[in-house]
Design a protein around this ligand. Sequence first.
Ligand code: CU
Length: 329
Amino acid sequence: MHFATPILALASLASTANAAVVPAHLGSLASKDNQAQSACTSPAKRQEWRSLSSETRAEYMGAVKCLFTKPSRIGLKTSLYEDFPYIHSKLNTEIHFVAQFLPWHRLFLNMYEAALHECGYASPMPYWDWTQDAGALPASAVVQEFGGNGAGGGWSSPARPNPLTSCVTAGPLAGTTLTYYAGAERAHCLNRQLNNGTGGAKEALWGAADYAPANIARIVDGSPDFATFADRLENGPHGAIHNAVGGDLVPSSSPNDPLFMLHHAQVDRLWARWQQAGGAARDADFGGKRLDKSPATLQDVLPYMGLGPDMAIDKVMTTQNDVLCYTYV
Ligand SMILES: [Cu+2]
Protein backbone atom coordinates (compact mmCIF):
# COMPACT_ATOMS: atom_id res chain seq x y z
CA MET A 1 0.00 0.00 0.00
CA HIS A 2 1.26 3.47 -0.84
CA PHE A 3 1.16 6.32 1.60
CA ALA A 4 2.23 9.89 1.19
CA THR A 5 5.78 10.27 2.41
CA PRO A 6 6.00 13.93 3.37
CA ILE A 7 9.45 13.73 4.91
CA LEU A 8 10.85 12.41 1.64
CA ALA A 9 9.08 15.15 -0.23
CA LEU A 10 10.53 17.69 2.17
CA ALA A 11 13.98 16.16 1.97
CA SER A 12 13.93 16.29 -1.81
CA LEU A 13 12.97 19.94 -1.67
CA ALA A 14 15.85 20.66 0.66
CA SER A 15 18.36 18.75 -1.40
CA THR A 16 17.64 20.30 -4.77
CA ALA A 17 18.17 23.87 -5.80
CA ASN A 18 15.03 23.81 -7.90
CA ALA A 19 11.85 23.01 -5.97
CA ALA A 20 9.97 22.40 -9.23
CA VAL A 21 12.09 19.37 -10.16
CA VAL A 22 9.83 16.58 -11.37
CA PRO A 23 9.64 13.73 -8.86
CA ALA A 24 11.47 10.71 -10.28
CA HIS A 25 8.38 8.48 -10.25
CA LEU A 26 6.55 10.87 -12.58
CA GLY A 27 9.38 10.85 -15.09
CA SER A 28 8.90 12.69 -18.33
CA LEU A 29 5.12 12.46 -18.26
CA ALA A 30 4.82 15.57 -16.13
CA SER A 31 4.74 18.74 -18.13
CA LYS A 32 6.15 21.98 -16.80
CA ASP A 33 2.63 23.31 -16.28
CA ASN A 34 1.30 20.59 -14.03
CA GLN A 35 4.35 19.72 -11.95
CA ALA A 36 3.10 21.31 -8.73
CA GLN A 37 -0.25 19.54 -8.87
CA SER A 38 0.94 16.21 -10.20
CA ALA A 39 3.32 15.62 -7.29
CA CYS A 40 0.22 14.67 -5.26
CA THR A 41 -1.65 11.99 -7.17
CA SER A 42 -3.31 10.03 -4.35
CA PRO A 43 -3.85 12.23 -1.30
CA ALA A 44 -3.84 10.55 2.09
CA LYS A 45 -7.29 10.59 3.71
CA ARG A 46 -7.16 11.93 7.24
CA GLN A 47 -9.95 10.46 9.37
CA GLU A 48 -11.50 11.22 12.74
CA TRP A 49 -9.89 9.20 15.54
CA ARG A 50 -13.13 7.35 16.37
CA SER A 51 -13.49 6.12 12.79
CA LEU A 52 -10.11 4.34 12.86
CA SER A 53 -9.96 0.61 13.55
CA SER A 54 -8.75 -0.48 16.96
CA GLU A 55 -5.65 -1.91 15.27
CA THR A 56 -4.87 1.44 13.65
CA ARG A 57 -5.42 3.29 16.93
CA ALA A 58 -3.08 0.89 18.73
CA GLU A 59 -0.50 1.34 15.99
CA TYR A 60 -0.77 5.12 16.39
CA MET A 61 -0.20 4.90 20.14
CA GLY A 62 2.76 2.61 19.57
CA ALA A 63 4.28 5.11 17.17
CA VAL A 64 3.80 7.97 19.65
CA LYS A 65 5.69 5.99 22.27
CA CYS A 66 8.34 5.08 19.70
CA LEU A 67 9.08 8.80 19.18
CA PHE A 68 10.43 8.87 22.75
CA THR A 69 13.05 6.29 21.74
CA LYS A 70 14.35 8.22 18.72
CA PRO A 71 17.14 10.78 19.02
CA SER A 72 16.54 14.50 18.69
CA ARG A 73 16.85 15.90 15.16
CA ILE A 74 17.80 19.34 16.41
CA GLY A 75 20.72 18.50 18.65
CA LEU A 76 18.94 18.23 22.00
CA LYS A 77 19.82 15.60 24.57
CA THR A 78 16.13 14.67 24.66
CA SER A 79 14.12 12.56 22.21
CA LEU A 80 12.57 13.25 18.82
CA TYR A 81 9.20 13.40 20.63
CA GLU A 82 10.41 16.33 22.69
CA ASP A 83 11.73 18.23 19.66
CA PHE A 84 8.08 19.15 18.99
CA PRO A 85 7.25 20.83 22.32
CA TYR A 86 10.72 22.38 22.42
CA ILE A 87 10.44 24.02 18.99
CA HIS A 88 6.83 25.07 19.54
CA SER A 89 7.81 26.71 22.82
CA LYS A 90 10.89 28.46 21.43
CA LEU A 91 8.92 29.90 18.50
CA ASN A 92 5.83 30.66 20.58
CA THR A 93 5.43 34.37 19.87
CA GLU A 94 6.26 33.99 16.16
CA ILE A 95 3.54 31.40 15.53
CA HIS A 96 0.59 32.39 17.73
CA PHE A 97 -1.68 35.42 17.52
CA VAL A 98 -0.02 36.26 14.21
CA ALA A 99 -0.83 35.49 10.56
CA GLN A 100 1.59 32.54 10.56
CA PHE A 101 -0.52 30.53 13.03
CA LEU A 102 -2.41 28.28 10.59
CA PRO A 103 0.29 27.67 7.94
CA TRP A 104 3.01 27.07 10.55
CA HIS A 105 0.95 24.46 12.38
CA ARG A 106 -0.08 22.81 9.11
CA LEU A 107 3.52 21.97 8.21
CA PHE A 108 4.51 21.21 11.83
CA LEU A 109 1.77 18.59 11.88
CA ASN A 110 3.05 17.15 8.63
CA MET A 111 6.51 16.74 10.17
CA TYR A 112 4.97 14.93 13.13
CA GLU A 113 2.98 12.65 10.82
CA ALA A 114 6.18 11.81 8.91
CA ALA A 115 7.93 10.97 12.20
CA LEU A 116 5.04 8.66 13.16
CA HIS A 117 5.38 6.91 9.82
CA GLU A 118 9.07 6.32 10.54
CA CYS A 119 7.91 4.78 13.81
CA GLY A 120 5.71 2.22 12.08
CA TYR A 121 2.37 4.03 11.88
CA ALA A 122 1.11 3.30 8.35
CA SER A 123 -2.07 5.41 8.16
CA PRO A 124 -2.69 9.13 7.66
CA MET A 125 -2.66 11.58 10.59
CA PRO A 126 -6.02 11.38 12.42
CA TYR A 127 -7.94 14.36 13.76
CA TRP A 128 -10.10 14.92 16.85
CA ASP A 129 -13.48 16.40 15.98
CA TRP A 130 -14.13 17.95 19.37
CA THR A 131 -17.45 19.40 18.26
CA GLN A 132 -18.78 15.91 19.09
CA ASP A 133 -17.66 16.37 22.70
CA ALA A 134 -18.89 19.88 23.44
CA GLY A 135 -20.31 19.90 26.95
CA ALA A 136 -18.93 16.48 27.84
CA LEU A 137 -15.22 16.78 27.20
CA PRO A 138 -13.94 14.50 30.01
CA ALA A 139 -16.19 11.70 28.70
CA SER A 140 -14.86 12.01 25.14
CA ALA A 141 -13.76 8.64 23.79
CA VAL A 142 -10.76 10.38 22.22
CA VAL A 143 -9.69 11.91 25.53
CA GLN A 144 -10.34 8.66 27.36
CA GLU A 145 -8.25 6.61 24.94
CA PHE A 146 -5.41 9.07 25.41
CA GLY A 147 -5.55 8.43 29.15
CA GLY A 148 -8.34 10.71 30.37
CA ASN A 149 -7.98 13.13 33.23
CA GLY A 150 -4.89 13.57 35.34
CA ALA A 151 -4.97 12.48 38.99
CA GLY A 152 -6.99 15.03 40.92
CA GLY A 153 -7.45 16.99 37.71
CA GLY A 154 -10.37 19.31 37.17
CA TRP A 155 -10.83 22.96 36.50
CA SER A 156 -7.76 24.96 37.38
CA SER A 157 -6.79 28.46 36.39
CA PRO A 158 -4.15 28.40 33.64
CA ALA A 159 -2.73 31.53 35.26
CA ARG A 160 -1.78 29.87 38.53
CA PRO A 161 1.65 28.30 39.13
CA ASN A 162 1.04 24.68 38.17
CA PRO A 163 2.56 22.12 40.56
CA LEU A 164 2.30 19.57 37.70
CA THR A 165 0.93 16.83 39.89
CA SER A 166 -2.19 15.94 37.83
CA CYS A 167 -0.47 12.96 36.22
CA VAL A 168 -2.18 10.85 33.57
CA THR A 169 -2.18 7.36 35.13
CA ALA A 170 -4.40 5.36 32.75
CA GLY A 171 -4.00 4.01 29.25
CA PRO A 172 -0.94 3.67 27.05
CA LEU A 173 0.44 7.08 28.06
CA ALA A 174 0.46 6.37 31.81
CA GLY A 175 3.88 7.09 33.26
CA THR A 176 4.91 9.41 30.41
CA THR A 177 7.59 11.80 31.61
CA LEU A 178 8.43 15.05 29.89
CA THR A 179 11.39 17.41 30.07
CA TYR A 180 10.11 20.83 28.98
CA TYR A 181 7.37 22.97 30.44
CA ALA A 182 6.60 26.44 29.09
CA GLY A 183 10.00 27.92 28.27
CA ALA A 184 11.99 25.95 30.82
CA GLU A 185 13.51 22.56 31.54
CA ARG A 186 11.24 21.10 34.18
CA ALA A 187 10.85 17.33 34.36
CA HIS A 188 7.27 16.28 35.04
CA CYS A 189 4.58 13.71 34.28
CA LEU A 190 2.05 14.20 31.48
CA ASN A 191 -0.56 16.47 33.10
CA ARG A 192 -4.27 17.00 32.41
CA GLN A 193 -6.93 19.02 34.21
CA LEU A 194 -10.05 18.44 32.16
CA ASN A 195 -13.17 20.52 32.44
CA ASN A 196 -16.45 20.60 30.57
CA GLY A 197 -16.57 24.30 30.01
CA THR A 198 -20.13 24.19 31.26
CA GLY A 199 -19.68 24.92 34.95
CA GLY A 200 -19.10 28.14 36.84
CA ALA A 201 -18.26 31.51 35.39
CA LYS A 202 -14.51 30.88 35.25
CA GLU A 203 -14.85 27.47 33.65
CA ALA A 204 -17.24 28.90 31.08
CA LEU A 205 -14.56 31.37 29.99
CA TRP A 206 -13.19 28.63 27.79
CA GLY A 207 -16.57 27.15 27.35
CA ALA A 208 -18.08 24.33 25.42
CA ALA A 209 -20.05 26.82 23.30
CA ASP A 210 -16.77 27.87 21.68
CA TYR A 211 -16.19 24.41 20.19
CA ALA A 212 -19.82 23.36 19.73
CA PRO A 213 -21.09 22.76 16.17
CA ALA A 214 -23.04 26.03 15.98
CA ASN A 215 -19.97 28.15 16.62
CA ILE A 216 -17.87 26.17 14.16
CA ALA A 217 -20.54 26.67 11.48
CA ARG A 218 -20.55 30.40 12.24
CA ILE A 219 -16.77 30.59 11.87
CA VAL A 220 -16.46 28.42 8.74
CA ASP A 221 -19.51 29.78 6.94
CA GLY A 222 -19.41 33.36 8.14
CA SER A 223 -15.79 34.50 7.83
CA PRO A 224 -15.24 36.49 4.63
CA ASP A 225 -11.43 36.52 4.59
CA PHE A 226 -8.43 34.63 5.98
CA ALA A 227 -7.54 37.14 8.68
CA THR A 228 -11.07 37.10 10.09
CA PHE A 229 -11.35 33.34 9.88
CA ALA A 230 -7.94 32.64 11.42
CA ASP A 231 -8.51 35.04 14.30
CA ARG A 232 -11.91 33.55 15.14
CA LEU A 233 -10.59 30.00 14.96
CA GLU A 234 -7.44 30.60 17.02
CA ASN A 235 -9.06 32.68 19.72
CA GLY A 236 -12.31 30.70 19.87
CA PRO A 237 -12.38 26.91 19.67
CA HIS A 238 -8.62 26.45 19.33
CA GLY A 239 -7.87 28.23 22.59
CA ALA A 240 -10.91 26.78 24.33
CA ILE A 241 -9.72 23.22 23.77
CA HIS A 242 -6.20 24.02 24.99
CA ASN A 243 -7.63 25.40 28.20
CA ALA A 244 -10.42 22.85 28.65
CA VAL A 245 -7.96 19.95 28.48
CA GLY A 246 -5.66 21.88 30.75
CA GLY A 247 -2.36 20.71 32.23
CA ASP A 248 0.29 20.25 29.57
CA LEU A 249 -1.98 21.50 26.81
CA VAL A 250 -2.00 25.04 28.27
CA PRO A 251 1.55 26.51 28.02
CA SER A 252 3.82 27.05 25.00
CA SER A 253 5.17 23.49 25.36
CA SER A 254 1.68 22.12 24.61
CA PRO A 255 2.83 19.51 22.04
CA ASN A 256 3.90 17.63 25.20
CA ASP A 257 0.35 16.22 25.23
CA PRO A 258 -0.21 13.88 22.26
CA LEU A 259 -3.74 15.29 22.04
CA PHE A 260 -2.13 18.49 20.70
CA MET A 261 -1.56 16.94 17.28
CA LEU A 262 -5.11 15.57 16.94
CA HIS A 263 -6.46 18.91 18.11
CA HIS A 264 -4.40 20.79 15.56
CA ALA A 265 -5.38 18.37 12.82
CA GLN A 266 -8.97 19.43 13.51
CA VAL A 267 -7.93 23.10 13.40
CA ASP A 268 -6.17 22.42 10.07
CA ARG A 269 -9.22 20.55 8.81
CA LEU A 270 -11.44 23.55 9.52
CA TRP A 271 -9.03 25.79 7.61
CA ALA A 272 -9.13 23.33 4.68
CA ARG A 273 -12.93 23.30 4.86
CA TRP A 274 -13.08 27.08 4.86
CA GLN A 275 -10.72 27.16 1.88
CA GLN A 276 -12.80 24.62 -0.06
CA ALA A 277 -16.06 26.39 0.75
CA GLY A 278 -14.80 29.58 -0.88
CA GLY A 279 -13.30 28.15 -4.05
CA ALA A 280 -9.84 28.53 -5.54
CA ALA A 281 -9.42 32.17 -4.49
CA ARG A 282 -9.07 31.07 -0.88
CA ASP A 283 -6.05 28.96 -1.71
CA ALA A 284 -4.22 32.27 -1.96
CA ASP A 285 -6.22 34.19 0.64
CA PHE A 286 -3.72 35.01 3.36
CA GLY A 287 -3.14 38.05 5.49
CA GLY A 288 -2.73 39.51 8.94
CA LYS A 289 0.16 40.71 11.03
CA ARG A 290 3.64 39.45 11.75
CA LEU A 291 5.00 39.56 15.29
CA ASP A 292 6.40 43.06 14.62
CA LYS A 293 2.90 44.16 13.44
CA SER A 294 3.98 44.60 9.81
CA PRO A 295 1.76 42.93 7.19
CA ALA A 296 2.50 39.23 6.57
CA THR A 297 2.89 37.93 3.01
CA LEU A 298 2.73 34.57 1.25
CA GLN A 299 6.50 34.78 0.75
CA ASP A 300 7.22 34.88 4.49
CA VAL A 301 9.25 31.85 5.54
CA LEU A 302 8.05 29.54 8.31
CA PRO A 303 10.88 28.47 10.67
CA TYR A 304 11.31 24.92 12.02
CA MET A 305 14.72 25.09 13.72
CA GLY A 306 16.07 22.15 11.72
CA LEU A 307 13.26 19.67 12.39
CA GLY A 308 12.38 20.03 8.72
CA PRO A 309 13.09 22.58 6.00
CA ASP A 310 11.91 26.13 6.56
CA MET A 311 9.17 26.86 4.05
CA ALA A 312 7.49 29.82 2.40
CA ILE A 313 3.84 30.16 3.38
CA ASP A 314 2.63 29.88 -0.23
CA LYS A 315 3.94 26.27 -0.26
CA VAL A 316 1.40 25.18 2.34
CA MET A 317 -1.68 27.10 1.25
CA THR A 318 -3.23 23.92 -0.11
CA THR A 319 -3.01 20.37 1.24
CA GLN A 320 -2.37 18.86 -2.18
CA ASN A 321 0.75 20.15 -3.89
CA ASP A 322 4.44 19.27 -4.13
CA VAL A 323 4.94 19.59 -0.35
CA LEU A 324 1.69 18.28 1.14
CA CYS A 325 -0.60 15.48 -0.04
CA TYR A 326 -3.69 14.84 2.03
CA THR A 327 -7.37 15.54 2.38
CA TYR A 328 -9.87 15.31 5.24
CA VAL A 329 -12.79 12.90 5.31
CU1 CU B 1 0.70 26.15 18.59
